[in-house]
Design a protein around this ligand. Structure first.
Ligand code: CP3
Length: 369
């Protein structure tokens, strides 16, 4: 399923390493989910946790978007909350996550176990099976949640069962939040390292809940742990690239980029050009990922494709990154959404967007401008 001269895997890695690409690589966050008929049929036969455990079912769920859309990345089917289950908090999905208990105190946080991850871990076997299906035609992405986001689920509960705004709960239970994050940090790092050792080409870190607390709270409680994770993974995983995705991280972009992830994933309201300018001013050549608004995938295919073409055209004016980028083509960017594929997205519109990216060729003159 490679188009042009590069395989999807090579294209993804080259874009993240600022090496030459023929066109930007593309994948979609939450591409393997409810909007796909194959996924819904799989879920009739198997539970969410079965898909995370059984490597054949997992590879089937993860590879459906690759097969349908020809994307350059296949993310392993798993969840950011699986490590909480491994640490001793019962977890079910129906379809959203449910935790058997919440962590309210430091003592409870200290009682969480420290799982050992390795080649036999479910997600690692699943990554091996997924590679067997996609081969070189797509990068295999592994992922973890950032400590703050995962700890917020453990302390405050999933969104609907939270009983109040996250901001208040984090402030009231700050000691528990910090203790859970401390326990999580080495566990999440080892979960990511095991995935890379099992063959994941890229690790994405999801900080999905940063925007649900005010800036000061996030700066004090969440950001330090995100930076530690990124720095640790960056050196422990090198050369495997790390992508940081988050909601509400824009105010902290400079310090996150300073921890030197390969790429930052931007929300739909943030212009790629502005991010690039800010990063250049800092002397950083961090790659970017994003940031088409997921809502366009609910529209008819022609409109979705047009929205993608507009983003591609805007990128053409952003490109000059390292001084040497003239010969490199549209590198330093992974085409994606600002956040996930909505559950009611139209598969034919997702396909139209993927085809728009595949058809994109940077005009040399534009690159050299
Ligand atoms: O294609 C993929 O991205 C599949 C792998 C994946 C899932 N969850 C499967 C899933 C990934 C990368 C995640 C990450 C995840 N999980 C995040 C961070 C990403 C984000 O959207 O910000 C978060 C916050 C979670 C926790 C979680 N899992 C929630 C809040 C929910 C319920 C809400 C929802 O979107 O349905 C889940 C369930 C979940 N995880 C589903 C899937 C496909 C839906 C389950 C179903 O309906 O069958």
């Amino acid at each position: 399923m490679s188009d042009g001269v590069m395989t999807g895997r090579a294209r993804m890695l080259a874009a993240l390493r600022l090496e030459r690409v023929d066109r930007p690589p593309a994948w979609f966050m939450r591409q393997a989910g409810r909007h796909l008929p194959g996924y819904r049929a799989l879920r009739e036969r198997a539970s969410f946790l079965d898909l995370c455990r059984d490597e054949e079912l997992c590879a089937e769920a993860s590879s459906e978007p690759w097969r349908r859309y020809g994307v350059d990345g296949a993310i392993v089917f798993n969840d950011i909350l699986i490590p909480l289950r491994d640490m001793g908090i019962g977890l079910e999905f129906d379809p959203g996550p449910r935790l058997e208990r919440l962590i309210a105190t430091e003592a409870e946080a200290e009682g969480l176990t420290r799982p050992a991850y390795g080649p036999a871990t479910d997600v690692c076997r699943c990554i091996g099976a997924l590679r067997g299906v996609v081969g070189e035609s797509a990068a295999v992405l592994g992922f973890i949640g950032a400590p703050f986001t995962v700890a917020a689920f453990a302390v405050a509960g999933p969104g609907s069962g939270r009983g109040g705004p996250l901001e208040e709960i984090v402030r009231e239970r700050r000691a528990a939040m910090e203790a859970v994050q401390e326990r999580l940090l080495p566990v999440l790092v080892s979960y990511a390292m095991a995935q890379a050792a099992a063959g994941a080409d890229v690790i994405q870190v999801f900080e999905s809940l940063a925007g649900e607390v005010d800036r000061r709270t996030y700066r004090e409680v969440g950001l330090p742990c995100l930076l530690r994770v990124v720095r640790t993974l960056r050196s422990a995983l090198a050369p495997t690239p790390v992508i940081v995705f988050g909601r509400g991280l824009w105010p902290f972009m400079d310090s996150i980029a300073g921890a030197e992830p390969a790429a930052l994933s931007l929300g739909p309201s943030r212009p790629l050009a502005e991010a690039r300018r800010r990063l250049r001013r800092l002397g950083l050549s961090t790659a970017l990922q994003g940031n088409l608004a997921g809502e366009v995938l609910r529209e008819e295919p022609a409109r979705a494709a047009r929205a993608a073409e507009e983003l591609l055209a805007r990128w053409a004016s952003v490109v000059p990154l390292p001084e040497r980028s003239r010969e490199l083509g549209p590198t330093g960017w992974v085409f994606n959404l600002g956040h996930g594929v909505p559950a009611d997205a139209r598969p034919e519109s997702v396909l139209a967007v993927a085809e728009a990216v595949r058809g994109f060729r940077m005009d040399r003159e534009e690159v050299e401008r």
